[in-house]
Ligand binder design. Structure first.
Ligand code: DC
Length: 238
């Protein structure tokens, strides 16, 4: 399907399946997928490794501010997947633990961290034809994105999905812990002062509580066809 070189912003609550959805759309329509949350996770991970993250989820802010310019955090595309690197080290696995998730949310509330990440996201999306997911892509990072989607799903369903993901990775967590962590992150992400999570006025809402991936893709296809006046009905790849 002939979709123009646009930016697609996908925002929403934690564990609503934003990255699965965005990756699928990227593959289907040949877009570059960028995961903005990975950058915040990367910063949290580096802060933790440098001993700058405290148990109460606060940070040694002056030291973190001084550390940021030296962090070579970047995305690399390998085997069709985009992964986060710190210099030559792939840290994609390290940044996906529950512990890093719990620090990523408070670190992302620091304005100087948001500034650092926004700069990098703009640089990586400079060539366009990008689908990026996060919390403030349609509101702050790319307010002019031509297509904005806001994803949501019922909290119990999100906790179940996340729990299964973590268990499959061998993490020792309970469903209750995961549900609590999600609720705390959602609250923090939507109540912070700088770029809080909220639906952009012109974003389309996708509630996927009871949807299969294929149904999500068909929904997206309908949206793109309507938006760009594409009347042909291309076959989806699956
Ligand atoms: O999408 P994620 O769970 O990987 O994101 C990790 C954290 O980063 C999340 O708690 C909120 C923050 N984040 C953000 O504040 N803004 C974004 N655009 C993306 C993520």
């Amino acid at each position: 399907m002939n979709i123009p070189d646009i930016i697609i912003a996908v925002d929403g609550y934690s564990s609503t399946g934003k990255s699965t959805f965005a990756k699928m759309v990227a593959r289907e329509f040949d877009f570059l997928y960028l995961d903005s949350g990975a950058m915040y996770r990367g910063v949290a991970f580096c802060a933790m490794e440098a001993g700058l993250a405290r148990e109460d989820a606060t940070f040694d802010e002056p030291a973190l501010k001084a550390l940021l310019p030296s962090l070579d955090l970047h995305f690399r595309r390998t085997d069709g997947a985009t992964k986060l690197y710190l210099g030559e080290r792939c840290i994609e696995t390290e940044i996906r633990t529950l512990n890093v998730s719990n620090y990523a949310s408070p670190v992302s509330a620091l304005p100087f961290v948001r500034h650092f990440v926004d700069d990098r996201l703009h640089a990586f999306a400079a060539d366009g034809r990008v689908i990026m997911d996060g919390r403030d892509i349609g509101t702050t990072v790319f307010p002019d994105a031509q297509v904005k989607i806001f994803m949501t799903a019922e909290p119990a369903e999100r906790a179940r999905r996340r729990y299964e993901e973590l268990i499959a990775k061998g993490e020792n967590v309970t469903l209750e812990e995961v549900g609590k962590s999600l609720a705390e992150r959602d609250y923090r992400d939507s109540h912070r002062e700088t770029s809080p999570l909220r639906r952009a006025d012109d974003a389309y809402v996708l509630d996927n509580t009871h949807m299969t991936l294929h149904e999500e893709l068909v929904w997206m296809l309908g949206l793109l066809q309507g938006k760009f006046g594409l009347l042909e009905s291309p076959g989806l790849s699956w």
